[in-house]
Design a protein around this ligand. Structure first.
Ligand SMILES: [Zn+2]
Length: 84
């Protein structure tokens, strides 16, 4: 696989990550988003195809989404209970 940015092909790999969009009640989590990482240019990016899929999912998330109960932690001031 070749990096789209610097054309290097050594060590270029795909990581599947979770991405979140929106917030609060409208929070949408998309799992297994393939991110291409290039150690040469240090870039991490999504392919145009992946970006298109994400746009589709965001438009039609009610069709694709499965409601799940998950634990969500917010690292803001309201969460002073979290101490290091
Ligand atoms: Zn690169």
């Amino acid at each position: 696989m070749k990096c789209n940015i610097c054309s290097n092909s050594e060590g270029v790999h795909i990581c599947n990550v979770n991405r979140t969009y929106g917030k609060g009640e409208e929070l949408l989590v998309i799992e297994n988003v393939p991110i291409i990482s290039c150690p040469h240019s240090g870039e991490s990016y999504m392919t145009a195809e992946t970006l298109q899929k994400i746009e589709q999912v965001k438009l039609k998330c009610k069709i694709f989404a499965v409601a799940r109960f998950v634990d969500v932690v917010s690292l803001n001031e309201d969460n002073a209970a979290i101490s290091l």
